[in-house]
Design a protein around this ligand. Structure first.
Ligand SMILES: [Zn+2]
Length: 258
């Protein structure tokens, strides 16, 4: 077996374990519960989950998606989040290799994933994630090999500022709040990590995908029309798409017009 293969495999396993932790964050942070203590328990019967029933993806398959004690079904979301993190970890490893940037962008992608799911569930983007995320993005820009701290700082200000403007104008015109403060802080965080250059494409991709999914939701009947559709998951997906395919998408986009 080649070294690259072994390291890639490790990156997947590392991602799966972080995905397990991401599940804890998605579940507990909106409830203001500690993410380290106590250990995992079944939300239905409260029984503690021993380590051998808490192995990412595998345990879900072994237990056939049910709690060992009470038989309550475990949401498919848990193994899904674990697999997504495993996949993200592998993709970042392929992109950055065995390098500090890999770990740093693991932190960024993991936070985006957690924020996306929390916003999807509760329509909130907790400050405990976005505010440290903004600061971390700016500090990381001082490490060599990424964007400059100036590009990061402009990204932070432009990301927050542009959405703040959109939100203020929308509210002035419609008298309703369309974008929350959380969206503003999330785009500031994205700008701090990926630089101001990333923002036009990310905002374009998130708005388009948000509009398409939103219209589908409304057309499919009832609920969507009045339910506010959270923007956070689309911003998170846009940022991840840019992180991995930004260059390709930009080139393709400019090709359309030249
Ligand atoms: Zn149970």
């Amino acid at each position: 077996m080649s070294m690259d293969f072994v390291l890639s495999l490790f990156s997947v396993l590392f991602g799966l374990c972080l995905g397990s932790f991401a599940n804890v964050c998605i579940y507990r942070i909106p409830q203001n519960k500690s993410i380290v203590h106590p250990g995992s328990s079944c939300p239905h019967c409260g029984a503690g989950i021993p380590f051998y029933d808490n192995i990412p993806v595998i345990s879900y398959l072994v237990l056939r998606g049910r709690c060992r004690r009470c038989g309550a079904s475990i949401s498919l979301r848990y193994p899904l989040v674990e697999m997504l993190m495993g996949l993200l970890s592998l993709a970042l490893f392929i992109k950055f290799g065995f390098h500090l940037q890999y770990l740093l962008f693991m932190l960024f992608s993991g936070t985006l994933l957690i924020l996306g799911f929390i916003d999807f569930d509760h329509k909130i983007l907790p400050d405990v994630l976005t505010l440290p995320g903004i600061l971390a993005g700016w500090l990381v820009s001082f490490f060599p090999g990424g964007i400059s701290w100036v590009d990061s700082l402009i990204g932070l200000a432009a990301g927050g500022g542009s959405l703040y403007l959109v939100a203020a104008v929308y509210e002035r015109i419609t008298g309703r709040e369309g974008l929350g403060g959380g969206d503003i802080k999330l785009l500031a965080m994205i700008g701090a990590w990926l630089g101001w250059m990333s923002l036009p494409l990310i905002v374009l991709m998130s708005s388009l995908s948000g509009a398409v999914i939103g219209s589908a939701f409304i057309l499919s009947g009832g609920r969507g029309a009045r339910t506010q559709i959270p923007f956070g998951p689309f911003l998170s997906m846009g940022a991840l798409a840019y992180l991995f395919f930004g260059r390709e998408i930009s080139l393709w986009y400019f090709d359309l017009f030249t």
